[in-house]
Each structure stands twice: as structure tokens, then as C-alpha cells.
Design a protein around this ligand. Sequence first.
Ligand code: DC
Length: 226
Amino acid sequence: MTDRIYNVAIDGPAGAGKSTVARRAAAELGFVYVDTGAIYRAVALAVLDRKVDSTNEAAVASLLKDTNVKLQWEQGVQHLLLNGVDVTDRLRSPEVSDASSRVSAFSAVRRFLLETQREVARQQSVIMDGRDIGTVVLPEAQVKIYLTASAVTRAERRCKELREKGLEAHYEDVLRDIEERDYRDMHRALAPLRQAEDAVLLDTSALTLAQSIEETVRIIREKLAL
Ligand code: DC
């Protein structure tokens, strides 16, 4: 490993396997894995806990004034501190997923979280996953991958993941949520989800998880000449 700092951006829609692929690829390469969805989810959690209307931009912007979001790593595992409290385990519920997609459309929220992400990437080699990492957060990233899969494949995977965590999952509901979230993430005015011009497209619909990780690591090694 060299002392150079490398930034790898992985963007794509909900449930494409970004987090698992990025985490495992980062472990293989010795990079830090940064899940940026967690910071939007933390803002959503603050909104829900404080019973703020998630469709009211002014109310959400006002809440941000006394909200602190911090990313921290313990043995390579990312933890999210919301106002100093570790809320990592509360971020993955369907309510938080839905609210995170809504609040992430607000400019105040995106501005609030931008520097947090850039600061993390300046300090160490990262694989950062999100929606706008290659296009907005780290436009200079040396590697950009757009990881996607069909909506049906993604809904099946998300159901399995929720059930494995002991949460209830109905396929039709999960598929509808994914399609709604895709639509919102891709059609918002600010930093919409889209493939950066210099990103490599990786469709994992027909790939196993192991193949998706292998292909991701291969692309990164090739681009960085590692
Ligand atoms: O990746 P995720 O499902 O945890 O993300 C939750 C929501 O946060 C997603 O619906 C859109 C938003 N998000 C974003 O707008 N930009 C990012 N870089 C990451 C997530």
C-alpha cells in the first residue's frame, strides 16, 4: 500500500448492493468504507424523533441548527453519532428510509452534509457510496462506479436483507418503496442520482455478490494501477 490517498465513488439506486460490495471491496483494498446514506438517515431520524414535518423544508432546515452528525469508525465498522449518541442501529427502518429520501431533496440538508463527506475523503483512502458522490461530493475521485440492478432484483435482495435482520418484509411493498425512492432520488432538482460521465457502469442483476465484489475490486485495481 502506498501513502497516496485514493478516493473511489460508488453511486447507484437503493438496494443495488452498493453497501455490501463497497464494504467488502474496501476491506480487500485496505480503504475505509464510507456509507453516506447513513448521514441522510441520521437527519431523517432527528426529524422523526423531534416530530418535525419531513415535507416542510423550513422546519427541517431549522432543526439542523441544533443537529450534529458525525461519522466514526471502530475496527473498520462505521458508526453514526447523532448529537453525540450512537444511533447506528436505528437507521435502517422503512420509516427512516422513506424520510431520508424526502429530506435529502432539501438544499439545506445537502449543504449541511457536504463538508462532512469531503473531510472524511481528504483524510484517508475511501470507498464512498451514495447517490451523488461521483457527480457532486467527490468529482475528482480517481475511480467512479455506477452500480445498479433491475428494480425487481433489488426488491428481492432488500426483502432478504430485512428478513435476515428479523424485520417484516412484503415483496410488493418493498418493490413499490424502491420504485418510489428511485423516482424521487432521480428526479429531485438537486444532485439527482445519475451516472457520472466518467463512471464505469456495473449492472449486478445477473451477478452473485461474490462476482459483484470481484468485478468492483478489479475495476478499482485497474484504474489505480494497484
Ligand atoms: O443509500 P441509502 O438507502 O442508505 O440512502 C438513504 C437516502 O439518502 C436515499 O434515498 C437518498 C439519500 N442519499 C442521497 O441523497 N445522497 C447520498 N449520497 C446518499 C443517500
